[in-house]
Design a protein around this ligand. Structure first.
Ligand code: 218
Length: 187
């Protein structure tokens, strides 16, 4: 198989994996972390920005296929299921430097780049959920609470919880065997 085709197939597989994890029940309503962020960040660090963005897009689109979309308005759905999910691929910005550090056994440097990648991806994604929260979800705020404060609390906590999951996974994947999974790109 050509290299591009392999990466495309992997993007579809990782988007599907992320989507499977989106079926973890919302045990904490909108505070529930996004487990699918783990495979998405791992994949983006393996294949880079272009394929990472594609996998994010596919993950977002799968919500439509499987009826997992919370619809309040067209622009809200666009922001929360396309823009926000595509943003997860931004982790791929650091794929080259991350993989170079791994190849040189600079584990601490690799981990720092991984943290940066996760922070960017999860941060930008939840920024969009925050924006949508202010504009569209304000009526769900407790009585007397401003939509901005409500959205910051909900999406801030969910974003931080998601980031924690991704960071734990990344840390575990620094082991000498597991780290090889990241090394898909040319040196
Ligand atoms: C305040 C608030 N409540 C709910 C939402 C909707 N939201 C939040 C996070 C993630 C997702 C995508 C599905 O996992 C959605 C739709 C919000 N943005 N703000």
């Amino acid at each position: 198989m050509s290299k591009n085709l392999t990466a495309l197939v992997e993007a579809a597989i990782f988007a599907a994996l992320a989507m499977t994890l989106s079926f973890v029940p919302d045990f904490a309503s909108w505070f529930t972390p996004s487990f699918g962020a783990i495979p998405l960040v791992v994949f983006a660090l393996r294949r880079g920005l272009k394929y990472g963005l594609l996998a994010g897009l596919l993950w977002g689109l799968m919500h439509f296929l499987l009826g997992k979309v919370y619809y309040l308005a067209f622009s809200q759905v666009l922001i929360e299921y396309i823009v926000a999910f595509v943003s997860m691929g931004l982790a791929g910005t650091f794929a080259n430097s991350f993989q170079s550090a791994l190849r040189l056994n600079q584990t601490k440097k690799a981990l720092s780049l991984g943290v940066l990648a996760s922070l960017l991806a999860v941060g930008v994604r939840y920024f969009w959920h925050f924006v949508a929260g202010v504009i569209f979800w304000g009526s769900y705020a407790p009585k007397g609470m401003s939509p901005i404060l409500y959205s910051i609390s909900v999406n801030g906590i969910a974003g931080l919880a998601t980031l924690s999951l991704v960071l734990v996974a990344l840390f575990l994947m620094m082991s000498p065997q597991a780290r090889n999974f990241f090394l898909a790109k040319k040196a």
